[in-house]
Ligand binder design. Structure first.
Ligand code: UDX
Length: 434
């Protein structure tokens, strides 16, 4: 059918679409990325990145130069040139836990109107189970001619901050298909990655995504719940996590206690999965408990700050980290930003810093002082807080910070520092579960 290199179109150049496009070009395919925001296409064509993602800029520049990666704001151009079309448009969460699928609906209609020969349409957006079937139905309905096509679900499992590496070295690739016709071409797309490929039906593929993400969120919530018991019993969460993680059935990843998980994926995925289950008559209480534990973890942290500072109002607090985790500039549902907003509400004055997320944070955080250097954050502070697990925070000049603060108090929401060392340096040091 289609031969390698495959002619691929990616619709949507957000985190998922842009990384997918750049990586597919990197493994040899001819890729054209489409976005309906002309300013984004202009940026990408001039080698500028709309997001920060380690390794992405190099990959985009290299493959654009080699002629394997192109950008356009014309869906028509992208679809007509390609045999394989990835849909990677946003699916924003709604306040009631549902997902706005109008972008996918619109793109499906556009693709339908442009179909003149057999193509494979792959859904890469984060979607609720059942979406693939709806995309197929929509394309069939809006397609003017009786042309054949296949819709495939190919969920992504990339972590922000490690997305390029996760794409190029996946644990598995999941392909949900309605027929066997596209399977050979799909395997050819990913052949250079030499990865485990699972071929299943569309609904199972979509459920693998919900079930995996919810399980990972559950793992973080579980270790956070254990961290509470550690605090109450005088045990050490890091040693407990290490002791658990060495059991291969449990695994050591995602056992870092924290002030809670955030980001564009886990919170949304939990709400979606709970709602999907509810609509089918199943009360997914286990996942509602994950949400509750996550919210409680933040409350406990705020209480820790309040218990130590007594009154938060008019205290100056330095916040290290605004991104929802390290290696990204993403502040969507960031626990660090939520903490800032909470402390502002209590009347604290905030001095904040993040290595990459300052610009994005400026759009959501008002009436705080953005500081350009992590070592200057401590100036005049009554307390410092580590809110994101950026590795460079470990290099904070603690002695300098101690001298610049009114009181050397540090709340570590990511367990970056050694409690004994902090005590020796003269800090009142409070972390999670130890
Ligand atoms: C997640 C999934 O991991 C990925 O497979 C999916 O495709 C998209 O969603 P991402 O949201 O980028 O990726 O971040 P991830 O590294 O999974 O972390 C999510 C949140 O959990 C962050 O806020 C992080 O700080 C927190 N976390 C993670 C912990 O608090 N402790 C841990 O041990 C791990």
């Amino acid at each position: 059918m289609f031969s390698v290199p495959m002619k691929i179109c990616i619709i949507g150049t957000g985190y998922v679409g842009l990384v997918t496009g750049a990586c597919l070009a990197e493994i040899g395919h001819e890729v054209i990325c489409v976005d309906n925001a002309p300013e984004k296409i202009k940026m990408l064509n001039s080698g500028q990145m709309p997001i920060y993602e380690p390794g992405l800029e190099e990959l985009v520049k290299k493959n654009a130069l080699a002629g394997r990666l192109k950008f356009t704001s014309s869906t028509k151009d992208g679809v007509e040139r390609s045999d394989i079309i990835f849909i990677a448009v946003p699916t924003p969460a709604q306040p009631d836990g549902s997902v706005d699928l109008s972008f996918i609906d619109r793109v499906s209609q556009e693709i339908a109107e442009l179909l003149t020969r057999y193509k494979i349409i792959i859904d890469k957006s984060v979607v609720p189970v059942g979406t693939g079937d709806k995309v197929a139905e929509t394309i069939r309905r809006y397609c003017k001619s009786k042309v054949a096509f296949d819709v495939v679900s190919n969920p992504e499992f990339m972590r922000e901050g490690y997305a390029v590496n996760d794409f190029l070295h996946p644990d598995r690739i999941v392909l949900g298909v309605q027929s066997q016709r596209p399977v050979h071409a799909l395997k050819e797309i990913y052949a250079p990655l030499n990865a485990n490929i699972i071929v299943t039906d569309i609904n199972s593929a979509e459920l693998i995504k919900h079930a995996s993400n919810s399980f990972l969120a559950l793992k973080v919530a579980y270790i956070n719940a254990i961290s509470v018991i550690c605090e109450e019993t005088g045990a050490n969460i890091e040693e407990v996590a290490q002791g658990m993680g060495l059991d291969k059935r449990i695994g050591k990843d995602f056992l870092n206690a924290s002030l809670g998980f955030g980001g564009s994926c886990f919170p949304k995925e939990l709400s979606t999965f709970i709602r999907i289950a509810e609509e089918r008559g199943y009360d997914f209480g286990l996942l509602r408990e994950v949400q509750r534990i996550n919210a409680q973890q933040m409350e406990r942290f705020v209480r820790k700050i309040a218990d130590t500072l007594w009154v938060i109002k008019d205290k100056t607090i330095g916040i290290l980290g605004l991104a929802f985790k390290q290696n990204t500039d993403d502040v969507r549902l960031s626990p660090a930003v939520a903490l800032c907003q909470r402390l502002r509400k209590e009347g604290a004055h905030l001095r904040v810093y993040d290595p990459k997320a300052m610009n994005k944070a400026k759009m959501v955080l008002k009436e705080v002082t953005f500081v350009g250097d992590m070592n200057q954050v401590a100036d005049g502070c009554d307390a410092l807080v580590v809110a994101t697990e950026w590795p460079e925070f470990k290099k904070l000049d603690l002695e300098y910070a101690r001298e610049r603060m009114t009181h050397p108090i540090l709340f570590d929401g990511r367990n970056l520092f050694d409690p004994k060392k902090m005590e020796d340096l003269g800090f009142i040091y409070k972390s999670i579960g130890r």
